[in-house]
Design a protein around this ligand. Sequence first.
Ligand SMILES: *Cc1c(COP(=O)(O)O)cnc(C)c1O
Length: 380
Amino acid sequence: MIPRSTLKRLANEHGTPLFVVDHNALRRSYAQFKKYLPRVQAYYAVKANSDPAIVKTLYDAGASFDVASMPEFRIVYEHIRRMPPKERQNWIWDKIIYANPIKANETLQELNPYKPLVTYDNYEEIKKIRKYAPQAGLALRMKVPNTGAMVELSSKFGAAPGEAVDLFLAADQAGLTVEGLSFHVGSQTTNFENYVQSLNLAASIFKEASGRGYTKMNVLDIGGGFPAPYDNTVRPFRELARIINRELDRLFPEEIQILAEPGRFLVATSAVAVSKIIGKAVRDGKLCYYIDDGVYHTFSGVIFDHCHYHFKAFRRGSTQVCSVFGPTCDALDVVSMVEELPGNLRLGDLLYSENIGAYSHASSTWFNGFPPAKVVHINQ
Ligand SMILES: *Cc1c(COP(=O)(O)O)cnc(C)c1O
């Protein structure tokens, strides 16, 4: 937790809107992930927050990376380039998975020389990979239940489990090698049963594959979805980890490498947004605060991530239910319609929102001429 006095000092020094990233918090969440899931290598999903300084801290802590575009690939590759040549030999699969099941031909062409590990989930993609990235290794993305996730991902990606082995064999016949299976249970998954069902589905597909003569499976990628502790309804990570470890040990032999792609879990708790009240009005009897950050900016997660952020004020006072609006002229720019805040806040007062590191600044725009919040890094 960043002390309030630090937030205030940084806001005075740098102005608002401000996005404060605490690198100790990043290291803590990475260490927690490793501690409770010792068999699992964490590939940080760069899309959650692609700030190069965040990537660097996680890289130095020992993380690997899930990228979904060439610009993300390059942010990670910056660090690989500096490795001693000897260590660099088998770097790619150890450090990067290109986990976007749909890739443009140009992207595949650019990736091919690196001999990357990429995901796929359909027959057209096999043809593309064969033609443009024949050196790639493959992991099949399988569709799994996303029940109860805050952000559902199963309607856009994933082969039906019943098709999985046919897709392994099709890739094999095209001269490609399928190394493993991946899935994503949906982001901010508080229903731990999704992992149990997905791991059991994956194990049954491994079994079907070997029954049908396909024995090249080395990798299981259990994706992202690990929930950030946004509030006390989210059960502790160690409980989820215990369930996952139990299923992994029961279903998958030691030699199967287990990967995961945590995004939100690693970065959500590492950042705080500090904003300033720039307007105040009463509309239909309700107190409305206007701040200098909004849903086109740091609070983009309200729209894209279905995430509800809370505000805290530095000034004390008796609270009431307020609306908090962003600075743009768009009526969509509503950060919250139900925020419990002191009624006596004044123009120029600061507010802050914690646990806003994931899917926030990453999808900030310049809409209406308002620039994204300034980013400051502490404990780097
Ligand atoms: C977004 C994404 C992730 C990260 O998910 P979180 O819920 O943030 O952990 C991981 N893998 C893939 C393929 C993704 O698209």
